[in-house]
Design a protein around this ligand. Structure first.
Ligand code: ZN
Length: 415
């Protein structure tokens, strides 16, 4: 980015571009101060900061109908610069090596405890061996074994007697005493080897915590990946058969600039061709939902619709207020958008399960449950004075009744 000297102020360099109705000017900081002193209503926000525009070409776009959607999307993308992405990878790598180490330590821990366990088991066995004089039993078997082929029936009988005596002694032992002694031994052993149960594998618990925190940042990572996959531009708005692409952008642009939020998802929730074109089918699909974009085609081929952030709740009939003032009706056929009037924000939509969708207090857009009968009093709650309209009642439909042939409804999600 080169330094351009200001010709009016020596030693000062150009910072901004000031765009007026009939000209563009390069100005420096001194120029700004001068303009402010002259009280020329200089709005810093309206200046184009050259260094920023150099990196973000979208700042030069000014056409209100189309640019703010693209601008906001690109501004979001600009947040994901190289540094930011490098940072994400660094975090993930740190966590991966932490987890690798943790697995290693858990393996060592497991080996250690396994050894301890086997040792304890052996000592316990040794104790039992002592208590039941197991050596005597072993001695009998070994004696016989050592005799080999020279074994005689006399020797066999003698040993059987000894074995019987041994088993009798064992049977006559005080079993309660034996039991108590074994339990005592068990207690001592557990203290000696530390209680495995109480210790609960401390490194393993640590690993579980590591995995948990990895899972959280992994979710964030997935979000970033989704973002980098250009899902912003790919939210499947191709799902509409009625809106043409140039008008989709105009509609989305209007919604984004009114809501000051990025659209992250567009979900098709109702298609009259599949779901049926009547009030019951309509309410089944849209009840309790908000941020709905409705698109209609009348039998004469007129395409129009409406967007409102308000929640549709079926009931006996009540208006819903749009405090965001972001509801609007539109006509693709006329290439027009009719925003809700400030004073009419309390009448944005009207919910009544005995009717189809209703917009405005007039009603500006009103459908009987069959979507064939109804009316339009455009201009009551939604403003249309900015256009020259010869007949406000037929302007949207192409005739005085809606006579709807097709309806599509999409639910929008914002960031
Ligand atoms: Zn200057």
């Amino acid at each position: 980015m080169p330094f351009i000297p200001c010709l009016k102020h020596e030693g000062s360099y150009i910072l901004y571009i000031k765009v007026n109705q009939d000209k563009a000017e390069f100005i420096c900081e001194e120029c700004c101060l001068q303009l402010q002193e002259l009280n020329l209503n200089l709005n810093i926000q309206e200046l184009i900061h050259i260094k920023t525009a150099y990196k973000s070409p979208q700042l030069l776009l000014t056409h209100k109908d189309y640019s703010s959607y693209i601008k906001q999307s690109l501004n979001e993308y600009d947040k994901f610069n190289e540094n930011c992405i490098r940072g994400i990878f660094k975090d993930i790598n740190t966590q991966i090596s932490k987890i690798q180490n943790a697995f290693q330590i858990v393996q060592e821990e497991l080996e250690y405890y396994t050894k301890q366990f086997l040792n304890m088991k052996q000592k316990f066995k040794d104790e039992l061996t002592k208590l039941i004089k197991f050596e005597q039993f072993k001695q009998i078997i070994e004696n016989l074994e050592n005799l080999g082929d020279s074994i005689s029936s006399k020797v066999m009988e003698e040993n059987e007697k000894i074995l019987y005596q041994y088993l009798q002694d064992l049977k006559n032992m005080d079993h309660k005493e034996l039991h108590i002694q074994l339990l005592d031994k068990m207690k001592l052993l557990r203290i000696e080897f530390k209680d495995l149960y109480q210790e609960q594998y401390p490194q393993f618990s640590k690993l579980q915590d590591e995995l948990k925190s990895f899972n959280i940042s992994y979710q964030g990572f997935i979000k970033q990946i989704k973002f980098i996959k250009f899902e912003q531009f790919n939210f499947n708005f191709s799902g509409t058969q009625l809106l043409q692409e140039w008008f989709q952008y105009k509609i989305l642009n209007t919604i984004v600039s009114k809501n000051k939020k990025i659209i992250t998802n567009i979900e098709k929730i109702y298609l009259s061709n599949q779901d049926g074109l009547n009030a019951q089918a309509f309410w089944n699909k849209i009840n309790y939902r908000s941020n709905l974009l409705m698109i209609f085609k009348s039998k004469s081929g007129y395409i129009f619709g409406a967007f409102s952030p308000c929640q549709w709740i079926s009931g006996g009939g009540s208006y819903v207020q749009d405090n965001k003032l972001s509801s609007f009706i539109f006509s693709q056929t006329q290439d027009q958008i009719y925003p809700i009037k400030d004073a009419q924000k309390g009448n944005a939509i009207y919910c009544n399960q005995s009717y189809g969708p209703i917009f405005g207090g007039g009603h500006d857009l009103y459908f009987q449950p069959d979507f064939q009968n109804g009316s339009s009093s455009l201009g009551h709650s939604y403003s249309c004075d900015q256009y020259q309209i010869s007949n406000r009642n037929t302007h949207l439909f192409g005739q005085s009744n809606p006579n709807i042939a097709e309806c599509e409804i999409f639910m929008l999600t914002f960031s």
